[in-house]
Design a protein around this ligand. Sequence first.
Ligand SMILES: *Cc1c(COP(=O)(O)O)cnc(C)c1O
Length: 412
Amino acid sequence: MTATQTNWLEVENTLDSGVYNKHAVVMVRAEGARVWDSEGREYIDCVAGYGVANVGHSNPEVVRAVQEQAARLMVMPQTLPNDQRAEFLQELVSVLPQGLERVFLCNSGTEAMEAAKKFAITATGRYKFVSMKRGFSGRTLGALAFTWEPKYREPFGSAVDDAQVTFVTYGSVEELRAAVTEDIAAVILEPVQGEGGVRPADAEFLRAAREITREKGALLILDEIQTGFCRTGKMFAMEHADVVPDGVTLAKAMAGGVPIGAFVMSADVANKMPKGGHGTTFGGNPLAMAAGIAAIRFMKREKLWEQAAEKGAYFMQKLRAIESSKIREVRGQGLMIGVELKEKSAPYIAALEHDEAVLTLQATPLVVRFLPPLTISYEQIDRAVEAFARVLQSVNPREVAAGVVKEEKQTE
Ligand SMILES: *Cc1c(COP(=O)(O)O)cnc(C)c1O
C-alpha cells in the first residue's frame, strides 16, 4: 500500500462518523462495470453503488448531460419552474404505468419513503401502516419504522414509531389480509426484497396486496427504489405481476449516479396533500433532472430491461452450475441476484474482493448479492462467476471461525 493510500484510509477512518464498516481500499475511478482503486487495481463491480449504476458507471451520456447542465443551471427551487425538471417529469411518467402520474421529487430513497408516508396519511386520514418482515425502506426515522431489521431500529427506541407499523410475513396473503384493517393508511412492499436476502414476491402475493388494500381503503405503496429502472428485467418490477399501486418510491438508478428520489402517485393521492404540506430544497434540482433525463433515455433506447433479463438469466444459470455443497439456493430476478450459502457469506465476499478483485454485497448474513451495472458484459459475468467458484473452494470456514480470515460486514 502506498503512503497516500494509507493516508486517505486513515483520514476516512478518523474523520468519518464511524457508522460504516470501511474496507481497506480507496476507490478512485469507475467506468461501465469496472472500478479502479488508488493502486491501479481493477475490479469487476457487482455492487454498482448498491444498485445505482444501472446505466454503467460514468455513462458518457449522463456525464455529458451533467457537464452541460452544471455550466448552465444547477439549482432552482421547485416554486420556480425549470425546463429540465419539466422534461424529466415527462420522461419519468412516460415509463410508468397509467395511473401513476403525479411526482414528488426529492434526493434519496429514504426521502421518497418519507414522502410516501406523509402523502399516505393525508390521502387516507389514517396513521397506521403494514410493512413486511425482512423489508428494508431506509434509515431516517420515518422510513426506519417500515424497515424490519431490529438491529437498525432498536438503538433508537421509542423515537421510531413502531406502534404504528405491523410487520407481516412476506408472501403470506392470510397474514396480510388479517393485518389490513380499516385504520391502515398503506401497505409498504418491495416487489423483490433486496437487503432482506434477494427474495422476489410471487405475482399472486402482489395481486392479493392490490385487492386487499383496495377493499379496505388503504393505499398500496411499492418500494421500487432498488428494483426500478430495469434492474429486474422490466422497467419496473411491478410489471412482472401487472400490478399498479397507488404510489411507488424511486431513487437509486433514476439519475445514473446523481442523488435523486421520487414518490410517484395517483392524482387522487396527490390532490389530498395541502399546498406547502411537504417540500425539499434540493428536490428537482436541474442538475439531477438533466442526469435523470439522460439516464432514462439511455434505458429506453438500449432496452436496458431486456439486457437485464437476458444477462440475469445467464448469470443465474452459471451460478447454478457451480458445484459446491456450500450453496443452498441461487435466486433473483433480472440482474438482482442472491446466492444463499449454508454458512456466513461475509468471508466469501471479503475473499472475492481481496483475492479476485470482484466486488459483491451482503444481504442478510447468509447471502452474497450481485447487483452489477446492467451494462456488464457476458465476459465480465463469466469472470465474476469463475471467481466466486474459486472462493467457494478456497475459503475455509474453520479458519474464518478461528479469525485467520478477516470478515467484513456491509450495510446499505
Ligand atoms: C436503498 C433502499 C432504500 C433507501 O434508499 P437511500 O437512498 O439509501 O435512502 C429504501 N428502500 C429500498 C428497497 C432500498 O433498496
